[in-house]
Write a protein that binds this ligand. Structure first.
Ligand code: ATP
Ligand code: SF4
Ligand code: MG
Length: 327
């Protein structure tokens, strides 16, 4: 079956005065309908730019220089701006870390929501308003009738993010890319929102890409995980495979830095060193300065190798934690 979203060999580079920033460099993954994919990595690893590239939201000096992005088997990389705009409000949507990327501060919520519906659907204003009210109710906003008449600044941070999520889901998109939409919220609200979005995605058969730097978030949410480092996916697999039996030393490092109940009182281990600058990155394993398994072979960039004959499972590493050909 054709996956809903198939990204292959995606490269998005920024042509800056300091040099070429390879923010996304040969990224490939696929997401099926009703599936939740977690895209995980430290700050600056290229997660957001991967999302923006799919949504057609990369601005100069950035540009997609290679690769293909297929939605339902259809190439969307070369679509003109108007076709992309239509796809964005309709078939795919992005939830940003900052809800004000979605919301207009000077318009009432009812107007923003009904306009989002009317731009894509030929329905009456009353029907659109009805749908807007339902959508607010579904993301757990109390008294939606009343709240529809409010402005964004009259909502708390958590409620504002719920409104942005309701808008993203308004036209029943096939694909939702959520870019750390809960990191600014307190833990209880984070949990509720995660649960609700996951439920909505499952019920509607939406493909969901969840971007986060936090492996513990994907543990309870994602079916599969891609770990990103310095613009590349360095490990992929089911959530259980990646979290319980990681192959890549970087994934292990991320796991060691997640607080766990069993390790209470023990010191958390941080990955030593810093993410490398992505400007004019040499063609070597980008993790080698921080990796205790590095040797001469790591001067050459490792390709993504499939593990155990499963095309969805693999890593980019010359010396994975379980030696190749990895079961
Ligand atoms: N407009 C730009 N010009 C130059 N470089 C950019 C630009 N936007 C992003 N980058 C670079 O692209 C790389 C990837 O950025 P991206 O925002 O995708 O990281 P991220 O994984 O989402 O990080 P975070 O967790 O902090 O959100 C970074 O090194 C960043 O500096
Ligand atoms: S390729 Fe080498 S440096 Fe890179 S993660 Fe694997 S062992 Fe470490
Ligand atoms: Mg980001």
């Amino acid at each position: 079956m054709t996956p809903l979203l198939q990204v292959e060999g995606l490269r998005t580079h920024f042509f800056t005065r300091a040099g070429v920033v390879k923010a996304v460099d040969d990224v490939s993954f696929a997401v099926d309908r009703g599936e939740v994919l977690g895209l995980v990595g430290e700050s600056g690893s290229g997660k957001s730019i991967t999302g923006y590239s799919i949504m057609g939201l990369v601005d100069p000096p950035g540009r997609i220089v290679a690769g293909s992005i297929r939605l339902d088997g259809r190439e969307i990389r070369e679509l003109d701006a108007e076709s992309m705009r239509r796809l964005r409000g309709n078939r795919m949507a992005m939830i940003f870390q900052d809800p004000m990327m979605t919301l207009n501060p000077v318009l009432r919520i009812d107007r923003q929501m009904t306009e989002a519906i009317l731009a894509h659907d030929d329905v009456s204003r009353a029907t659109a308003l009805e749908r807007a009210r339902d959508a607010l109710g579904r993301v757990g906003i109390p008294s939606p009738d009343e709240r529809l008449r409010a402005y964004p600044h009259q909502f708390s941070g958590g409620m504002r993010q719920r409104v942005a999520i309701a808008i993203a889901l308004l036209n029943g998109p096939d694909l939702v890319i959520a870019d750390e939409p809960t990191t600014a919220l307190d833990v209880t609200i984070q949990g509720q929102i995660l649960y609700e979005i996951q439920k909505l995605a499952r019920e509607a058969g939406t493909a969901l890409v969840w971007i986060t730097h936090d492996l513990s978030v994907v543990a309870g949410l994602a079916d599969r995980v891609c770990v990103m480092y310095a613009g590349r996916i360095v490990e992929q697999g089911t959530t259980a495979q990646v979290l319980d039996a990681p192959l890549h030393p970087y994934t292990q490092g991320l796991l060691d830095s997640v607080p766990s109940r069993n390790a209470r009182g023990a010191r958390l281990r941080q990955i030593a060193g810093m993410t490398p600058s992505l400007v004019d990155l040499p063609d070597a394993c980008a993790f080698r300065e921080r990796c205790d398994r590095a040797d001469g072979a790591c001067g050459e960039a490792p390709p993504m190798r499939v593990a155990g004959g499963d095309p969805g499972r693999g890593a980019r590493c010359h010396h994975p934690l379980v030696p190749w050909p990895c079961p």
